[in-house]
Ligand binder design. Structure first.
Ligand SMILES: NC(=O)c1ccc[n+]([C@@H]2O[C@H](COP(=O)([O-])OP(=O)(O)OC[C@H]3O[C@@H](n4cnc5c(N)ncnc54)[C@H](O)[C@@H]3O)[C@@H](O)[C@H]2O)c1
Length: 352
């Protein structure tokens, strides 16, 4: 299918989590489209794509906690958005084992708070909650999960996102029989330039490349649906647009790669090493590591059959684009250089 961002020109879009990895790329796409973007999130971490690419330049950025309903509502009401994309979350599994209460507060009550803003507004036509492939009850099977299967993530992060789904389902049934169209999107693991999160494999590769050290791999055999960050972002924008135009499209959608993108950690790390050159990886699985699923796959036939969507960049290209971005960053690229490489990759992605 053809991606065309004309729809977003001058649209008022409210993004939670805009200072994060996905949020920064999303702001870049939307500013390129000429949208009127307001973001609400915590201050960016250090380093961050948000700062490196000077994302704040093209948008209204409000720094605040999603748990603070009054502050969130004030920012929301000041903008009267038409489209709301909810990304703010504590998104790291290992962190959720260390801080489950904060994870649930942010991921569950954060969802309640943004949905309350939408419920009490008459401007919103389209709301999308970004959850994850980890929302499903994982029974380690080889076949991909479908949207109608049980939601019951194992660890506090995954489970808080299952709860975020359930909160959204209840609000949709209870309060949005008319008015805003409400959807959730359950995406697989993303890779791409500008992710600096702890305990994610590509950021670990970049940090090792920066120091010229071996990459420490915790779970070489665990399989995940990997995709470039632009894949789910364009899918989110497509769902938000389609349901804005016709409420009938609102629903729950998996967003993942084709079969070739479901690879184990050692495969994706080896691809990074090959494309970067001169580094290697070591297996260092800690003995007492908390539980993480070994096998996770999504069935994305609903997104494909509903919208004619299909993934564009396969795993090798996704790693290549990540390496390309990282070379600019580690080469000391300025904000303009980072902006340029992001724009280039967005245009390439749109061309297909
Ligand atoms: N990166 C992935 O592989 C992946 C995969 C599936 C789903 N997701 C989901 O996508 C979304 C974005 O993930 P990301 O990778 O960009 O993560 P990230 O950590 O880079 O960004 C998280 C964003 O949420 C904000 N945030 C966190 N706690 C907050 C709070 N209490 N109040 C306000 N803002 C808060 C942060 O400030 C940041 O802007 C999350 O909902 C995540 O669960 C990510």
């Amino acid at each position: 299918m053809k991606f065309d961002l004309d729809f977003y020109k001058n649209k008022k879009v409210f993004i939670t989590g805009h200072t994060g990895f996905k949020g920064s790329w999303l702001c870049k796409i939307l500013t390129m489209a000429g949208a009127d973007v307001t973001g609400y999130a915590l201050a960016p971490a250090e380093p961050s794509l948000f700062e490196l690419a000077d994302i704040g330049r093209g948008i209204k950025s409000v720094i605040g906690d999603i748990r603070n309903y009054d502050k969130l509502k004030a920012a929301f009401d000041a903008e009267r958005p038409e489209i709301v994309l909810h990304l703010a979350a504590q998104p790291i599994v290992l962190e959720s084992y260390k801080n489950p209460r904060y994870t649930y507060e942010t991921n569950v009550m954060g969802t309640v708070n943004i949905l309350e803003c939408v419920r009490n507004s008459d401007s919103v036509k389209s709301f999308l909650n970004v959850t994850t492939d980890k929302v499903y009850k994982n029974n380690e099977r080889q076949r991909g999960y479908r949207e109608d299967e049980p939601l019951d993530g194992f660890d506090p992060y995954s489970n808080s996102k299952s709860c975020s789904e359930l909160v959204t389902h209840s609000y949709k049934r209870s309060f949005f029989k008319s008015g805003a169209a409400i959807s959730t999107a359950r995406a697989g693991n993303v890779i791409g330039g500008g992710d600096f999160a702890e305990n994610r494999i590509i950021p670990d590769c970049v940090r090792a490349a920066e120091k010229g050290e071996d990459i420490i791999v915790r779970n070489p055999a665990s399989t995940r649906p990997y995709q470039h960050v632009l894949e789910p972002l364009f899918a989110y924008l497509m769902i938000a647009e389609k349901q804005y135009e016709s409420r009938g499209y609102s629903g729950y959608y998996n967003v993942g790669p084709d079969e070739s993108g479901c690879v184990d950690t050692k495969t994706i790390v080896s691809m990074f090493c090959d494309k970067w050159g001169g580094i290697s990886w070591v297996n260092a699985a800690p003995k007492d590591a908390p539980h993480e699923a070994n096998y996770l796959k999504l069935d994305c036939s609903k997104l494909k059959s509903t919208f004619g969507w299909s993934p564009r960049w396969h795993i090798s290209e996704a790693v290549e684009k990540t390496v390309e971005w990282t070379r600019v960053y580690l080469g000391g690229g300025s904000a303009d250089d980072i902006d340029k490489i992001m724009r280039k990759q967005i245009i390439e992605y749109m061309r297909g």
